[in-house]
Design a protein around this ligand. Structure first.
Ligand code: ES4
Ligand code: ZN
Length: 324
C-alpha cells in the first residue's frame, strides 16, 4: 500500500502556504531579515508544536509568519513547498494565502502575491506542477478588513481564482462575511470556506447558502446533521479533509476515530489534504498513509480520493481529463 500511495498522482486542495514554513526556513529567514523569534533552534520550534485546539495552533502559526518580509521570502516559501509536492507526486495544487497576516504588519499585498505567483509559475515550468491561488479572509478580523483585502486583490485577478475563509471558526460564523463574499462572487471569484472543523454543521449549510461556496474546507462535522450529509452526497459538494491536522488539533481523538473513510464509502466527494504540513507533521503522502494505516482500504478506494480531488479542483474540464 505504501508503494501504491507514493506512486499515486495526487491533487492537493487545502494547503495554507504559511503553514508550509518549516522550522529550518523560519530560522534562515529570521537571520536574513533580522527578525527575533522566541526559539533557539529548529528543534526547539518543533518541540513547541503541541496543540490542544485550533486557537493554540493559530497563535503559534501567526507568530511564525513574522519572518516573511520580502517578495523573495514568499517565493522561497512557495518553492520549498512545490519541491515537497514533487517528492509526493502531487501534480496539481490549489494553495491558500492569508493576505491580512502580512498587510497588518506593513507588508504590501503585491509583495506577497507576486512572490507566491512567481514560484507557482516556476513550478509549472520546471516541475510540471499546475496550481491555483486562493486568498483567505481571516474570520477573527471584521468584515470591513475583508472588504479592504478584496479591493487590494482586484488588480491581481489574473493570479487569484477564488476567496476563502479561515482562522478561528468558533464565534466567527459565515454570516459575518455574507456581504463581502457576495461582492467577491460579483467580481468573478470562486468561493470556499473553512466550515464544520471546530464549528457546528450549521456553518457548512451557511457557507453554501450565504457565501456561495462550491466546496467546503474540512466539513467533517457534517455528520452531526443526517439531512445535510444526504444533501452533500447528492449535490457532490466536495469536502477538503485534512486528517493529520484534525488529529493534531483534537477535532478527532485519534486517526481511528476519523470519519473520512466512512464518508468516502457513503459516496461523498471527500479529498485528503495536508492543511499546514510544517506544523502538523506531514505532507500529502503522510496524510494518505496515516488514513490507510488506521482504516484499511482497497487501492480503488485510495485512488478515489484523487479522482474526487480532480473533480473538485478549479481547473477546466480539459485539464481534468488530462489529470484522470
Ligand atoms: C488553519 Cl487548520 C486551520 N483552520 C482554520 N484556519 C487555518 N489557517 C491555517 N490553518
Ligand atoms: Zn485549513
Amino acid at each position: 500500500m505504501k508503494e501504491f500511495i507514493y506512486g499515486l498522482p495526487k491533487v492537493e486542495l487545502h494547503l495554507h502556504i504559511e503553514g508550509s514554513l518549516e522550522p529550518e526556513l523560519m530560522f534562515e529567514l529570521a537571520q536574513r531579515n533580522q527578525v527575533q523569534i522566541p526559539y533557539t533552534s529548529p528543534q526547539a520550534v518543533r518541540d513547541a508544536y503541541q496543540f490542544h485546539n485550533l486557537q493554540s495552533f493559530l497563535d503559534i502559526y501567526y507568530q511564525g509568519a513574522n519572518v516573511l518580509i520580502h517578495e523573495q521570502d514568499f517565493f522561497d516559501l512557495t518553492w520549498a513547498y512545490l519541491l515537497r509536492c514533487k517528492e509526493d507526486n502531487v501534480v496539481h495544487t490549489e494553495i491558500f494565502f492569508d493576505p491580512q497576516t502580512h498587510t497588518s504588519r506593513g507588508i504590501a499585498f503585491e509583495t506577497v502575491v507576486n512572490g507566491i505567483h512567481r514560484a507557482l509559475e516556476q513550478g509549472r515550468e520546471a516541475l510540471g506542477i499546475s496550481s491555483q491561488l486562493i486568498m483567505c479572509f481571516l474570520r477573527h478580523l471584521d468584515e470591513a478588513s475583508a472588504f479592504e483585502t478584496l479591493a487590494q486583490a482586484l488588480p491581481h485577478k489574473d493570479k487569484i481564482i477564488g476567496v476563502g475563509l479561515d482562522s478561528s471558526e468558533l464565534g466567527h460564523p459565515p454570516e459575518k462575511f455574507h456581504q463581502v463574499f457576495q461582492q467577491a462572487l460579483k467580481e468573478g471569484f470562486l468561493t470556499v470556506a473553512h466550515a464544520g472543523e471546530e464549528g457546528p454543521a450549521q456553518n457548512i449549510d451557511d457557507a453554501l447558502v450565504l457565501l456561495g461556496t462550491t466546496r467546503i474546507d474540512h466539513g467533517v462535522r457534517c455528520v452531526e446533521d443526517d439531512d445535510l450529509v444526504t444533501r452533500l452526497i447528492e449535490a457532490r459538494v466536495p469536502l477538503t479533509v485534512c486528517p493529520l491536522s484534525n488529529t493534531k488539533l483534537k477535532v478527532f481523538e485519534s486517526m481511528a476515530h476519523h470519519n473520512v473513510v466512512d464518508l468516502l464509502r457513503k459516496g461523498m466527494c471527500v479529498t485528503l489534504n495536508s492543511d499546514d504540513p510544517a506544523y502538523f507533521g506531514g505532507y500529502m503522502n503522510d496524510n494518505f498513509m496515516a488514513v490507510a494505516q488506521a482504516h484499511p482500504m482497497s487501492r480503488e478506494e485510495v485512488a478515489q480520493f484523487t479522482l474526487n480531488a480532480i473533480e473538485a479542483s478549479f481547473i477546466s474540464d480539459g485539464e481534468k481529463a488530462r489529470l484522470r
